[in-house]
Design a protein around this ligand. Sequence first.
Ligand SMILES: Cc1cc2nc3c(=O)[nH]c(=O)nc-3n(C[C@H](O)[C@H](O)[C@H](O)COP(=O)(O)OP(=O)(O)OC[C@H]3O[C@@H](n4cnc5c(N)ncnc54)[C@H](O)[C@@H]3O)c2cc1C
Length: 264
Amino acid sequence: MNILVCLKQVPDTETQIKIAPDGMSIATENIKWIINPYDEYAVEEALRIKEKFGGEVTIIGVGPKRVTESIRTALAMGADKGILVDDPAITGSDSLGIARILSAVIKDLDYDIILCGKQGVDDDYGIVGSILAELLGIPQISVVIKVEVSEDASTVKAHREVEGGTLVIESALPALITAQKGLNEPRYASLPGIMKAKKKPLDAKTIADLGLDASQVGENGAKIKIKQITPPEERKAGKIVEGETPQEMAANLTRLLHEEAKVI
Ligand SMILES: Cc1cc2nc3c(=O)[nH]c(=O)nc-3n(C[C@H](O)[C@H](O)[C@H](O)COP(=O)(O)OP(=O)(O)OC[C@H]3O[C@@H](n4cnc5c(N)ncnc54)[C@H](O)[C@@H]3O)c2cc1C
């Protein structure tokens, strides 16, 4: 089976994000970049399917040269090859633009399953997978916590958690699945894996290589525009409830909830 994984590089969730002077983007200096955590589940699941059925895992990323490092990490985990689409024309692409690029890469590939994360933990749109499936004309099952490919590799059953239960969805292959936390426990890259990854193929492509033109991606192709980014409101300092005894503390807490918070 050939499995494709769309991998986004995102700022480490520990990073202190600063807004850039334009007020519409984030300052990218001093950011530690990591694989989008939901995409790590996607990579791990792709490797498990390959281990059972054979075939190849290809990692596809759209973004600047630094994304190579995250693709190499996925190759070190066990993926077979990578494709990076890096082109100045990509700057300003919205989710539709990113999905158009991914679809242009994928339409010429031989694949059975495409795995994406359920969302990028930075921009949080959660729609690239859905748009991509629509552009490719294939079924999509989103926010998946378990994947079962049939023995003859013709269908897939995917489990989705819903309020109070689990939905099991079946689809013919090829299909696109978006990964949710709980799908698996991603493996770490081993030292031999890291060494091997250095020699695995990683193709770089431009927009022109994909037969796209600048009107379909970047700001020209975007249907939406970011107008402003604002930081969350600063949290007020907490209050320590004082008192010599538990009874006194409880009485003080009750008074604060009544007089200050006005919730009782
Ligand atoms: C008007 C506008 C301008 C923007 N300009 C820029 C810009 O200049 N530079 C910039 O970096 N971002 C820019 N963005 C953000 C960029 O469009 C998002 O990265 C993209 O929309 C994906 O959003 P997301 O992470 O929320 O995707 P989601 O839909 O939440 O991601 C779901 C999954 O899709 C896949 N995926 C998403 N993005 C990629 C990718 N790049 N490569 C491979 N797989 C991917 C992954 O599997 C991911 O887990 C802009 C957004 C808007 C709306």
